[in-house]
Design a protein around this ligand. Sequence first.
Ligand code: CAA
Length: 277
Amino acid sequence: MSFVTYETEGAVGIITISREKALNALNSQVLDDIKAAFDAVDLNTVRCLILTGAGDKSFVAGADIGEMSTLTKAEGEAFGKKGNDVFLSIEKFPIPVIAAINGFALGGGNEIAMSCDIRLCSDNAVFGQPEVGLGITPGFGGTQRLARLVGAGVAKQLVYTARNIKAAEAYRIGLVNEVFSATVDEAGNVTATAQENLMAAAKKMAAGIAANAPIAVRASKKAINDGLQVSIDEGVAIEEKLFGSCFESEDQKEGMANFLRKKDDPAKVKHVAFKNA
Ligand code: CAA
C-alpha cells in the first residue's frame, strides 16, 4: 500500500500525501512513496505539479515522532539525510511544484512545503518549526530554507520559540504566496470551502504555468534555484547560458512569431500551443 496518490488533469499532475489518520506525518515509508511518486511523473506530458495532503485538516504534521523517538545519533542523522535527499529532489525537480497547503504544515510539513516552488494555503493552515520543543533541531532543511525564504531574523525567531503561526502571519512574512478562504453566499451558506478554493486556485495556476513554453519555464526554475546558491556575477552568467539555451527552440520561434503576427493584425491573436520542443 502506498501513502501517496497521483493523478493527472491534462498537463497538471497532483501528488497527494495520504496518511490521514496520522495527519499525513512523514515516516520512512511515506518518504519512499513521495520519492517514487515524483520519479514516476511523465515529464513528456506533465508540465506542472501540485503537492497536497489528504483531508481538510492537515497538509503534513511533520516527521513521524513515534519513529524518531527511539533513534540513535547515527540513525537520526541518516533519517535527516533521507528526508533531505527527497526534499532536494523536489526542489530540483525539472518542472515547477506548487504546494497546496490544506491545514497543518509543521516541522517536516513546513519543510516539504518550502522545497516546493510556490506555496498556496487555506486559511486554516498553521505553520511552524516545533522541533526544539521536542529536543531536536529542524531536520529536513528547515534551518536552511526558512532563513533563505523569510530572512535569518524571522527564521531564528520561529525556530527558537517553536511558535506556530497562522496563515495570515505566514503570508505577512512571505512564507506563503496566497491564502484562500471559504466562499459564502448572501444567506451565509458556504458555497465552496477554503480547501476547495485552494485546490481550484492551485489547479488554475498550474494550468497557466503548463500553458507557457515548457523549455523556458524549466530553464527559469533552474536559473532562479542555481542563482540563489552563488554570487550575482555567477548568477547572471548562469542566466545567460539558460536564456541562450531557449533560442532556436520551436517554441521560442513560434512564441515570438505569434507576438509579431498579433502586432501586424490584432485579429490574428491566438494562443500558442507550445510543443516542448
Ligand atoms: N508524528 C506522528 N504522529 C502524528 C504526528 C507526527 N508528527 N502529528 C500527528 N500525529 C498523529 C497523532 O499521534 C494522532 O494519532 P492517534 O490518533 O493514533 O493518537 C493523530 O495524528 C491525530 O493527531 P492529534 O490527536 O494530536 O490531533 P490534534 O488535532 O489534537 O492536534 C497537531 C494536531 C497540533 C498537529 C498535533 O497532532 C501535533 O502537535 N503534532 C505534532 C506536530 C509536530 O511537532 N511536528 C514536528 C515533528 S518533528 C519534525 O518534523 C522533525 C523534522 O524537521 C524532520
